[in-house]
Design a protein around this ligand. Structure first.
Ligand code: CTP
Ligand code: MG
Length: 380
């Protein structure tokens, strides 16, 4: 049997809101649609994955699905049922799993259960019991609804492809919100298999926050350190902590020589286990000559976020006899926080002299030491 997963992602995510449609928004660093697709692309019983997208969303979809094989995206319609119909017309194979892109966490066991149930039924859908009292209500509670035997029906829903296509052709009336209603109306038998709370649909902002919190709970704390030195050379001002500090002398370096940003960049890369600043921006590469170091720092933060990581805090000590850091501390914190997308409260800048000892004491240059605390998936 050839199995195609059909992921419908042509909605506009109105109830969730927030800029781009929810299926393209990163959840724990990864777009919702990509999570939904990967659950099927990585399943041994699924042969192909196809995606139905909305008009004008080609670029969003391509970015979300970079490197994942879903063939040509299929153009969706105004209602979910229109998108499913359009998708079914393009699917190949004997069996189809129709799934909402807005359900990013599909456990492989659910797919196993659904495909097994197709052995004895025309279709199968995951269901969960209803635990709360059910009633009709507008401003006030109206008639109770008997919940005995009632279930919540989730996706993915599995069907023989031909059977589901024919059922959709025969469907009349309001657009259905899932495939089980269409299949049942056409006389197909649809097995109810055990669903999973992880399959919950992201509909509202509260759903989104819960999903983010669930992903964050899996992360572990990691710490990285960074150290950097630049010698004084030429005239000031110098870049220090992302701001131009007026001073009689400047700092020598290949880039803008911002010793503070370099130390923090290395601390972040260290916490993430991603090498050091020289690996990402080799001094031998002419394109980084005189480069503003905020690019290095922003890049390190992007790498962490792309892996679903969270930056909790960075702390840096500037080791220098001159210039005095105190008057610039608040501006540095604000600037570094802006580069990292953090609150200034999550950035600390401290300074010390070395009592006239060593190269910093001899006023030959400035050193900086940094520590970064992040949360990331446990290292494998
Ligand atoms: N969907 C679709 N085509 C539509 C409408 C919805 O493919 N015309 C998809 C959505 O992208 C989603 C799934 O159907 O993956 C379930 O729909 P829903 O949760 O309602 O998503 P949206 O319609 O995007 O959200 P909203 O109703 O809040 O606008
Ligand atoms: Mg909708």
């Amino acid at each position: 049997m050839t199995v195609t997963a059909l992921i419908v992602a042509a909605g506009s995510g109105e109830r969730l809101g927030g800029g781009i449609p929810k299926q393209y928004r990163p959840l724990g660093g990864k777009p919702v649609l990509r999570r939904a697709v990967e659950a099927f692309a990585g399943h041994p019983l699924v042969d192909a994955v196809r995606v139905v997208i909305g008009v004008g969303h080609d670029e969003l979809a391509a970015a979300a699905l970079e490197g994942v094989d879903v063939g040509e995206p299929i153009r969706g319609g105004a209602r979910r049922a229109d998108s499913v119909r359009a998708g079914l017309a393009e699917c190949a194979g004997e069996q189809v799993l129709v799934h909402d892109a807005a359900r990013p966490f599909c456990p492989p066991q659910v797919i196993d259960r659904l495909l097994r149930a197709l052995g004895g039924h025309d279709g199968a859908a995951p269901v969960l019991p209803v635990d709360d009292t059910l009633a009709r209500a507008q401003q006030v509670i109206g008639e109770p609804i008997d919940r005995a035997g009632a279930v919540r029906v989730q996706t993915p829903q599995a069907f023989g492809l031909d059977g589901l296509r024919r059922a959709y052709e025969r469907w009349q009336g309001e657009p259905p919100t899932d495939e089980t209603s269409v299949a049942r109306a056409a006389g197909l038998s649809v097995a109810a298999v055990e669903g999973d709370p992880l399959l919950g649909k992201l509909t509202t902002a509260a759903d989104w926050d819960r999903a983010e919190a669930m992903l964050a709970a899996r992360l572990v704390s990691r710490t990285g350190m960074g150290f950097d030195v630049h010698g004084f050379a030429g005239d000031g001002p110098m870049m220090l902590g992302g701001i131009a500090v007026r001073h009689s002398r400047g700092l020598a370096g290949h880039s803008d020589a911002d010793v503070v940003l370099h130390a923090i960049t290395d601390a972040l890369l260290g916490a993430a286990g991603l090498g050091d600043i020289g690996d990402h921006f080799p001094p031998s590469d002419a394109q980084w000559r005189g480069a503003p170091s905020d690019r290095f720092l922003a890049h390190a933060a992007e790498l962490i976020r792309a892996r679903g990581g969270i930056i909790d805090h960075v702390d840096c000590t500037v080791i220098a006899e001159e210039p005095r850091v105190g008057p610039h501390r608040a501006a540095m914190r604000a600037r570094i926080a802006a580069i990292l997308g953090l609150d200034p409260g999550a950035v600390s800048i401290k300074a010390t002299t070395t009592e006239g000892l060593g190269f910093t004491g001899r006023r030959e240059g400035i050193a900086a030491q940094a520590v970064a605390s992040i949360r990331m998936e446990p290292a494998r």
